[in-house]
Design a protein around this ligand. Structure first.
Ligand SMILES: Nc1nc2c(ncn2[C@@H]2O[C@H](COP(=O)(O)OP(=O)(O)O)[C@@H](O)[C@H]2O)c(=O)[nH]1
Ligand SMILES: [Mg+2]
Length: 234
């Protein structure tokens, strides 16, 4: 890359029935990134009016685009489909429900620009918090899953929050990488299959949901364990 080349940014947002959230998300990401040019791509499997909301945003704003599937691909598959065909240098993945604060996006981008290959927004590094996991049971499952991932996969030990859905990476680390996403945990794929030298954690507060509902379920837990076993075998 020539030294005066300003890296280009793509923000991928997985959405499944997030009515009311896409508009504020685009607004807040745009405000956070200030004048920096970026595109925002919704990886959408919605069956409600979320898809219409995104289409209408895309009509008004050329930075917004929609990658929609009429069958439910699952979060990780939707993100991988959206990655296909991207040409931007830097990729940010952020949930579409505003539990991931958009004002952290510039910090992720800055750490990539400073040389990191993967930057993880972490609840578990000093300064990070989790307000958004409803109840002690969800918190226990989340921390327990994180611990299991770190035990089973050496690559997961490179960050304090290997199950974070909020992260950024240089697109070039995935060139030729055969991603096989299952379920919710796309960051694990990137850490295991990408050519990753430097990983940096940035603290953030996982916020409460303002609108729509969580899609996490016991079935996702089973998919997560299958995913770990598959990654362990690679
Ligand atoms: N495209 C797509 N997005 C999904 C799917 N399931 C969840 N999401 C999105 O992934 C993000 C995280 O899901 P969420 O239900 O908030 O999980 P939680 O934060 O762990 O409770 C949200 O933006 C969801 O809309 C899916 O099957 N397909
Ligand atoms: Mg959420």
């Amino acid at each position: 890359m020539p030294p005066d080349h300003k890296p280009t940014i793509a923000v991928i947002v997985p959405t499944f029935n997030e009515r009311g959230n896409p508009g504020p998300l685009v607004e807040q990401v745009s405000a956070a990134l200030g004048g920096a040019p970026f595109r925002i791509l919704f990886a959408d499997d919605s069956t409600d009016d979320t898809t219409g909301e995104i289409e209408s945003l895309a009509r008004d704003n050329p930075a917004v685009s929609l990658n929609h599937s009429s069958s439910r691909r699952g979060l990780a598959r939707a993100v991988v489909d959206a990655l296909d065909g991207l040409t931007e240098d830097l990729v940010v993945v952020i949930d579409g429900d505003l539990q991931h604060p958009p004002n952290v996006v510039p910090h992720l981008v800055a750490a990539l620009e400073a040389g990191a290959d993967v930057v993880v927004a972490s609840r578990y590094v000093q300064g990070g918090r989790e307000l958004g996991l409803s109840g002690p049971w969800r918190r226990l499952v989340s921390r327990g899953s994180s611990r299991v991932a770190r035990m089973v996969l050496p690559s997961a030990r490179r960050t304090t929050d290997p199950l974070s859905g909020f992260f950024a990476f240089r697109r070039s680390i995935l060139t030729g990488a055969p991603l096989q996403p299952v379920g919710f945990k796309i960051l694990l794929e990137v850490l295991v299959r990408g050519r990753v030298r430097c990983v940096v954690d940035v603290p953030y507060t996982f916020d409460r949901r303002a609108r729509a509902t969580s899609k996490a379920s016991a079935l996702e837990g089973v998919r997560f364990l299958r995913h770990l076993l598959r990654l362990r075998g690679t």
